[in-house]
Design a binder for this molecule. Structure first.
Ligand code: NAD
Length: 248
């Protein structure tokens, strides 16, 4: 296979798991990272050690100039783009709405929504058959929070992920006849660094006990769903979502 995939925020967590699996599936993987170059290079080396091809590119997906440089690097290196995983995402500390301010929600929206939008836009410019592309697939990493709302946790983050879902649905319709499928994966509680900054004592145990399967998921379990949606096996799936949330 000579397909290229861009995975944003891929130096750790779900993005790194997607990158490693994409490398094993034969994609050339662009491992985007914001600041942790050493971790991104470790992901590249792990893909290469497994016989795959990968390269790392720094970019803040919330910054339009950075995104332009990221896609230019892919153009120069691969000359094609077949798949995009909009994985980069942030949340802020667990809080009630009274303790949130505009700076906090604007930061979250900039990465989760604007970042996903900018990368999807630049991917469409390359993949669309209207622009001479070969088509492709986009997967947006949303969250079960988009549907559940995350009361008393982070309603701002949940709102940002609901926007990602609307972007997924609208874009899927807009580019459906240009060879591009756009889908989303909604993880539930997944054990990654995202939850490392804590919250109230016992929070993770409390969240786990609200999961029907009574456990958090792994980044690999999310990556499996992402890679299926990217694959030709999902050739008639667009504008839809896979919840990977243990039934939550
Ligand atoms: P993580 O914090 O380990 O990874 C997020 C990655 O995104 C990091 O590598 C970070 O550097 C990168 N990133 C953040 N802002 C960026 C920016 N502006 N530009 C480029 N990269 C940026 O968390 P994770 O759990 O692996 O999260 C991956 C995705 O999954 C996120 O979109 C998150 O919202 C979503 N998600 C996670 C969970 C969970 O429980 N862990 C649940 C639902 C959804």
């Amino acid at each position: 296979m000579d397909k290229t995939v861009l995975i944003t925020g891929a130096s750790r967590g779900i993005g790194a798991a997607c990158a490693l699996l994409a490398g094993r599936r034969g994609y050339t993987v662009c491992v985007n990272y914001r600041e942790n170059e050493a971790a991104a290079n470790d992901v590249v080396r792990a893909i290469e050690a497994a016989g795959g091809r990968a390269f790392a590119v720094a970019a803040d997906v919330a910054d339009e100039d950075d995104v332009a440089r990221l896609f230019a690097a892919i153009d120069a290196r691969c000359g094609r783009l077949d798949a995009l995983v909009n994985n980069a995402g942030i949340l802020a500390r667990q809080a009630r709405v009274e303790h949130m301010d505009a700076a906090r929600i604007n930061r979250i929206l900039a990465t989760n929504v604007t970042g996903s939008f900018l990368c999807a836009r630049d991917a469409v410019r390359r993949m669309s058959t209207n622009h001479g592309g070969n088509g492709g697939a986009i997967v947006n990493v949303s969250s079960r929070a988009a549907v559940l709302g995350s009361a008393n946790e982070y309603v701002d983050y949940a709102a940002s992920k609901a926007a990602v879902d609307a972007l997924t649905i609208g874009l899927a319709k807009e580019v459906a006849q240009e060879g591009i499928r756009v889908n989303g994966v909604r993880p539930g509680l997944i054990h990654t660094d995202m939850h490392a900054s804590g919250g109230e004592p016992g929070r993770i145990q409390r969240l786990q006990s609200s999961v029907p399967m009574a456990r958090g998921g792994t980044a690999d379990e999310v990556a499996a769903a992402v890679l299926w949606l990217l694959s030709d096996e999902a050739s008639y799936a667009t504008g839809t979502f896979i919840d990977v949330s243990g039934g939550r």
